[in-house]
Design a protein around this ligand. Structure first.
Ligand SMILES: *Cc1c(COP(=O)(O)O)cnc(C)c1O
Length: 318
């Protein structure tokens, strides 16, 4: 049993070895004009299975599930969720069964995210929006246990203690040279891990993908819940949500196209596109001191573009 367990952990570690993550420096006239440098760390390239920050958020959860001898992973997400996609892929590769509890109704034709999840063997279980809001309640969890038996539960967006442990590995010696580190915020797990791992001379910038002021309290709660030291400097921006989570407009879509034409780097319309728009807007408005060198974390999310293109008839690059 012990031997099997060690073998299992080794297997997971080996399968989860990150690919080379490039950091690319961007070059365009505004940067020269303002005396700012801007680089992007391509977590989207970290792994073909579990891309972006989801790779880091899942890593220790998968190891823990294996250690506990669990054979089924259960998690939650919307119909276009990057997290659902990553869990389905990782489960298949590592030999777990997986259940995706999906917000909303089942559609006749699966979108590309759910179609991938289903073809990876994930069982899709739909719950209505009211129940979905109560997904952390004991009652809902118990009813899922009644239906599916024992499982290892990974919360929505993957944010828990082990996820934060994983996101602490995004930064390392090679990111020490930067003055500012920027990331998109969804549930905030990535931001929390980064805050715990930035260097004293660095400032962390978070760009909320959601509309509303609640994000400030939510992040503070997350810091205390997970014991994140937050003596370092950070700032959260919540004015670049483009109407709310998953909402887009022409300006955002044109920006993502422009960015791709300039740098051949795809951005998604839910998270990284909004963050990058925000960063460039702040540079334009002289938010950063001259000589700053910003590092934007590309948290991935590219799998969601196909579904967006299909739904809106657009042709965003992916
Ligand atoms: C999930 C996700 C985020 C948000 O990460 P949190 O840890 O939930 O804040 C940001 N960007 C992309 C591309 C994501 O898939």
């Amino acid at each position: 049993m012990i031997k099997f367990w060690i073998f299992g952990v080794l297997l997971i570690k080996e399968l989860l070895i990150p690919h080379q993550i490039e950091t690319q420096e961007l070059d365009f006239p505004l940067l020269k004009e303002k005396g700012i440098r801007l680089s992007i760390k391509r977590l989207d390239q970290v792994h073909p299975l579990a891309s972006g920050n989801k790779f880091f958020k899942l890593k220790y959860n998968l190891i823990e599930a294996q250690r506990l001898g669990e054979s089924v992973l259960l998690t939650f997400g919307g119909a276009y969720s990057n997290h659902i996609f990553a869990v389905a892929a990782a489960a298949k590769k590592l030999g777990f069964a997986s259940i995706g509890v999906i917000r909303g109704e089942e559609h006749q034709r699966l979108n590309p995210t759910l179609s991938f999840a289903a073809s990876s063997g994930m069982h899709l279980h739909y719950i209505n929006r009211t129940d979905y809001r109560r997904k952390n309640d004991e009652e809902i969890i118990q009813s899922l246990e009644k239906e599916f038996g024992d499982f290892y539960l990974i919360p929505e967006g993957g944010t828990n203690e082990l996820a934060i442990q994983g996101t602490k590995e995004i930064l390392n010696e090679s990111t020490y040279e930067f003055s500012h580190i920027a990331t998109s915020i969804g549930t905030g797990g990535t931001f929390a891990g980064l805050l715990d791992s930035i260097a004293p001379h660095q400032k962390l910038l978070g760009f909320s993908a959601l509309k509303g002021d609640f994000i400030f309290d939510e992040m503070t709660n997350l810091f205390s819940k997970f014991n994140i030291k937050h003596s370092w400097e950070y700032q959260i921006f919540n004015q670049f949500h483009f109407g709310g989570y998953g909402k887009t407009n022409r300006e955002l879509i044109d920006f993502i196209r422009w960015f791709y034409d300039q740098f051949q780097i795809p951005l998604d319309q839910v998270y990284t596109g909004k963050m990058m728009f925000g960063i460039i807007e702040l540079i334009r408005k002289d938010h950063f001191p001259k000589g700053s060198h910003l590092l934007a974390i590309h948290t991935g999310g590219l799998q969601g573009i196909a579904g967006y293109n299909q739904k809106y008839g657009t042709s965003l690059p992916l």
